[in-house]
Design a protein around this ligand. Structure first.
Ligand SMILES: Cc1cc2nc3c(=O)[nH]c(=O)nc-3n(C[C@H](O)[C@H](O)[C@H](O)COP(=O)(O)O)c2cc1C
Length: 153
């Protein structure tokens, strides 16, 4: 399957996690890895599972590398009706705004017609779970769901 991993980060955690997912998936799939700061929303793949990994910064804000991507969506309102994505968040339950960055990003994509596969899961930096363990189990489930759909054939 074609899988495009896109990450939004402020201090590098989402990037490292996205690299872990790339390493995990690339044996069996055709995988690319892109920083959201270099991604054009209008050019999101329509024949791939887009896997987004995005942290939260400030007070429930998008991290710096995802901000230009979000601004471009708002400015250009691209038609994303053929885009399928799954999204994994990074956050910290010490903040009232736990995981809001990935929530905002998902809402922006859905607002332009994109289809979300599966549930958004957010890693809690204050919790005891390892982000890699959570994200790898989660991504395997998303890939399994996508594999049953005709566009991923
Ligand atoms: C200054 C600062 C602000 C943060 N704000 C939030 C927040 O509002 N909500 C949240 O869930 N996590 C928040 N976090 C936690 C980060 O999302 C978490 O540490 C994450 O792993 C950072 O990933 P990154 O390095 O990819 O940006 C904040 C962390 C810092 C240092």
């Amino acid at each position: 399957m074609k899988i495009e991993i896109l990450y939004g980060t402020e201090t590098g955690n989402a990037e490292m996690l996205a690299e872990d997912l790339e390493a995990h998936l690339s044996g069996d799939h055709d995988v690319t890895l892109t920083n959201l700061s270099d991604a054009d929303p209008a050019a999101l793949a329509v024949d791939a599972l887009n896997v987004l990994v995005c942290s939260t910064y400030g007070e429930g804000d998008l991290p710096a590398s995802a901000q230009p991507f979000a601004d471009r969506i708002k400015a250009t309102a691209p038609d994303l009706s053929q885009v399928r994505f799954a999204i994994f968040g990074l956050g910290d339950r010490e903040y009232e705004t736990f995981g809001l960055g990935s929530d905002k990003l998902a809402s922006l994509l859905i607002g332009q017609g994109a289809t979300q596969l599966g549930e958004r899961l957010v890693h809690d930096a204050s919790g005891s779970d390892l982000a890699e363990d959570m994200a790898i189990e989660w991504v395997d489930a998303q890939v399994q769901t996508a594999a049953t759909q005709s566009w991923a054939a």
